[in-house]
Design a protein around this ligand. Structure first.
Ligand SMILES: Nc1ncnc2c1ncn2[C@@H]1O[C@H](COP(=O)(O)OP(=O)(O)OP(=O)(O)O)[C@@H](O)[C@H]1O
Length: 259
């Protein structure tokens, strides 16, 4: 049974003369425990597709099942609960709350969900251990580096032990060292905790950490590649596919590959 089942999904934005078809009939499945990347040229529909899969946005037509639940027409309150309990999100701009300490930011999803103090502290200790955040707990987001912020954002995303983690350009604001650290953490979470990861990225080095990559062009699935050999050879496959698909695969500071 797939954890994510996307069935002929379309997303059209705008009205009348200004219609933009961002996703044009995508069907895909993601299995429990996969680490899947979504790549493609700028404007191809990657973020829209991720937002649809992660219930942030709703499709114009088609259906989406998460963990065998049809989330397409789920009411907002039920969807918010489902999101809180089952999903984690990492965004490029971190979305940390500046007025809260690192500790408060990390436990926010548990506080909102009404967990007990004991349960919150247990979960916090585990996350702090995995992500090496101990020395940062009493600091504020404005007083830590972008890489540290991203680790906190990652911690906040996984503290609820979500089945599914969605990440949109998670390394986009990071230098190559911080990007590599974050990608290693994602790999650990994926391998050890069995968290399924779906990640949008422009960056071939970042993508090389995935096991499978879906390439999107003009709102449709263009190609798929699966990692079989080393990460380095997969990196090369990604670069080749970016050249084939055209339209602006870019490499950024995170791309100096440290294989
Ligand atoms: N809220 C919106 N309203 C109108 N058009 C939108 C909206 N969001 C996205 N689009 C359009 O849908 C298309 C796909 O956008 P999307 O952001 O999903 O692409 P992307 O592949 O993630 O691009 P990028 O790599 O540049 O972030 C684009 O033409 C975009 O302008």
């Amino acid at each position: 049974m797939p954890l994510i089942d996307v069935q002929d999904v379309h997303k059209v934005y705008g009205h009348r003369a200004n219609l933009v078809t961002a996703v044009a009939g995508v069907s895909l499945q993601v299995l429990q425990g996969e680490f899947v990347g979504i790549m493609g040229p700028s404007g191809a529909g990657k973020t829209t597709l991720l937002n649809l899969m992660s219930t942030i946005d709703r499709p114009t037509s088609g259906q989406i099942f998460l963990n065998q639940k049809n989330v397409t027409y789920m009411k907002n309150a039920a969807l918010a609960k489902f999101r809180r309990e089952q999903l984690g999100f990492i965004f490029q701009d971190f979305n940390l709350l500046a007025a809260l300490t690192v500790r408060e930011n990390l436990v926010l999803p548990l506080t909102l969900a009404g967990y007990s103090v004991v349960a919150i502290n247990q979960a916090l200790q585990k996350i702090v251990g995995i992500l090496g955040l101990n020395s940062l707990l009493n600091r504020y987001p404005d007083d830590i580096s972008p890489g540290q912020k991203q680790r906190v954002a990652c911690g906040r995303a996984i503290i609820t032990q979500p089945h599914l983690l969605f990440a949109d350009e998670p390394t986009g604001s990071l230098d190559s060292k911080a990007a590599t650290e974050l990608l290693r953490y994602l790999t650990i979470i994926n391998a050890k905790a069995g968290t399924t990861v779906v990640m949008v990225t422009h960056d071939a080095f970042t993508a090389s950490y995935c096991r499978r990559i879906l390439f999107i062009k003009d709102g449709q699935l263009f190609a798929e590649i699966v990692r079989q050999g080393s990460r380095q050879s997969f990196f090369q496959q990604v670069i080749d596919m970016q050249a084939t698909i055209g339209g602006g695969g870019r490499t950024n500071g995170a791309s100096a590959p440290g294989f």
